[in-house]
Design a protein around this ligand. Sequence first.
Ligand code: ATP
Length: 927
Amino acid sequence: MAKKPPPKQRQEPVFKTPMTFSPRNTGQRATPSRQELWKQELGLDALSDEDGHLSSDEEGMLAGEGGSCTLVEYQALQKELTERNQQRDDLLFKVKSLQDKNKQYKSRLGKEEENKKQQIKIMRKTHDHNLQEKQNLINNLQDVIDEQETRIFEMEAEKRGQTVTRTKKPSSGIQKLVEQINRLQVERGSLQEQLLTTQLNLEQAKLDAAEGQKFLQEKLQDQEKKRHQAENDLIRMRSEQGATDHEKQVQKLEIANERLQREVNDLRSRVHNLSLEEKSPSKVDRSELTKLETANDKLQNKILRLETELAIQAKKMAETRDHQQSGKDREIQTLERQIREKTLEINKLKAQPPQIVKQTVEVESQHSKQHLEQLNRQLRQLQAQLDTQKSENSNLQVQLGSCREAEKAAMEKLNSYEDEMEVVRSELTAEVSQLRRANQNAVQQAKKEVEVKTKTLTGKVTSMQQSLCQVRPLVSELLKDYSALKKEAHMFPMKLQASVRQVQREICKSISDISQTNQDLVRKYRHEMKLRKKYHNELVELKGNIRVLCRVRPVIREDGEGPSARQVVTFDQEDDGIVNCLHKGRWQTFELDRVFTQQSTQEEVFEEVRSLVVSCLDGYNICIFAYGQTGSGKTYTMEGPPSSRGINQRALGELFQIVEEGNKDWSYSITVNVIEIYNEMVRDLLGSDPTEKLDIKLHNEGGLHVPGLTYTQVDCLDDVNDVFQVAINNRATACTNMNEHSSRSHALLIVTVEGTNITTGAKIIGKLNLVDLAGSERVHKSQAAGDRLKEAQNINKSLSALGDVIHSLRSKQPHVPYRNSKLTYLLQESLGGDSKTLMVVQVAPVEKNVAETLASLNFAQRVRTVELGQATQKTETAEMAQLKERLGQLEQDPTSPYFQSPGRNGRTPRGTPTGTTSRLPTSKRRL
Ligand SMILES: Nc1ncnc2c1ncn2[C@@H]1O[C@H](COP(=O)(O)OP(=O)(O)OP(=O)(O)O)[C@@H](O)[C@H]1O
């Protein structure tokens, strides 16, 4: 088992491309030992430790190679390239500075616009605020003025011409005015509150007064009714003249009197309450007082009216009583007179009767007797009547006496009631007058207070008026300012819009200028880039550099998910030769001849190599190989799936097409070999035994050939497909796991094009090597063992050998170690100085492959600097061709000393690639 080398301290490999300039590469430091880095990069443990300095090598190469014409041309081109590069750099710098300026300008513009917007906002806000404040102030002033005017008007109306004393001097200045206004507003608030309370009180008082009035009216009506009843009762009593009725009447009167007294008391309490309410003049307004006074007056009037009515009633009652008394007296006198008359009649009758009866008896006997008896009866009747009358009279006398007594008592009671009533009336009158006085006092007091208030208010109003007089000009000034500001504010958006439009126009102009300049610069830059590429390609062709393409495959299912599947490869939109790779948080940039992105198609890739492929018809040796780690897309690019064929099939298709459509003076034959190098064994995948190990031998004339290798002629794509199928079948039978096997072996498709000029017989031979290399993983990192280790070591050996060859070529070593591996040995002629080589570096885009991706890209960047020298065509004259044919015949002839054993399929190679007899320089390479 091979001893594992000690882990080397890995340095970040940085390479400088000496032929091309890239601003991204500036600042990169040159490495002291490129070979060391080379080894580190590839993980090649077996590399020799030779050192080389490219600059001196380049000089040497330039001095030693090519004619003076080429050197001069080269120097001129290099000078021109340097100048162009310089110009390009200048232009790039200008573009960058202009872009920076553009950005700055844009950002400044943005900021200024933002600032302006902010300013406008602030100004608008301030303006609105000012306007609002002024409006408020004006409104307040207007309110105060209105209020004060209303007050003045009211007070003046109330006072009716009372003089107003001005106590306060008007304060000067708007501040004072505002303060006064504020104070007044506070006062107004409190006054409004008071007014509200007073109004409520007034309402209550009105309600109370209305209730009192209603109550009094009801009472009055009751009194009226009672009076009527009393009158009726009195009349009835008069008519009945009953002592008991008198007493009832007196009782009723007493009850009525009591009621009246109660009512009077109620009234007194009400009046007292009212007077109490009136006694709080601070809370009563003048109008309210007036109303209260009016209500009070009305009540007093009512009381007076009631008193008057009461007096009239009493007077009437007295009159009625006097009248009744006099009537009674008259009746009594009439009755006494009748009694006296009757008594006189009786006395007369008593004195006359005996004389009259004697005469009647003497004269008329019987008749006179009857008449006498009749007269006696009449007399008896009259005497009985008289007795009755007398008893009645005495009864009447008794009754009269008792009546007189009762009347006297009633009169006394009446008098006492009258006295009482008089007392009550006088008390009531005194109370009423007292109430009136109190009321008057309260009214006076309220008046005084109102006057004081009015004076104060008038003073305030006066001061306010004076202040207003002072403020008015200020207000008018403010209004003027306000209107001016309003105008300005009105004009401001227009002005602003105009200035913004102006600025926008300027900005647009500047931007269009800048974009115009930018476009010009970009145009120039692109033109320069094209030129640079052209010159670079020419230079590359002149120097014979290996062209290096890079292809980044898309992210596939096998990449998995999560952080390890994160994409770490990006591209440059402007430059299709730049690829960036993120490793440990740092972006590394690589410049190659062309970078194909994940979106690039097989067609695009082939388009890039088409001219190179076609140049094999001109007799050039071409080598296109795909390099990269396992699964990076090498086979996809070279072979491709049936739905999207890769370079191999497309190249052959292109060759067939050109041969078909090309010059009819030439006839072409195309033969193919399909070789696999596995574990340093060369296998013929078109042979009958694909497991047979073939050798690579040096031809007698110095060229290489593989004895026993099958050359199959193909004339169309169907032939190619058949050939490929044979190769695939053979490969599958030679291994157990096709996928793994393909990853660990190199697959070579060698296409040999032989053209013969029908007229001259001249021949041209070109060879196209299409190589799908084994995976480039570093062996020391994989923990392989057994067969795997052997496979890995062999891959390592061949890729190391490839690296050595490239390094030697790059450093212009006199000896190039082609023979170190079967791969390099077989490709010797295609990697040598007279062939065109192109490498496609395949990389995976995800995080987990980043180390291999960086290694591949570093390798690619270094390969790009390798100069193989100018490619040459392999042509031969008809004479040479004849000679060659003769040689071929001799080789077939076993009797000849040049005899060589034939191929297993018995077919003779149509042309040996190594049979080049002359190398003609071309004027230009197509690549
Ligand atoms: N450009 C592409 N577009 C689409 N799929 C691709 C592309 N390149 C590679 N793939 C896919 O990636 C996978 C690996 O590709 P491929 O087998 O060509 O890699 P490889 O480098 O040849 O691997 P190995 O070294 O093991 O042979 C395949 O499934 C293939 O289809």
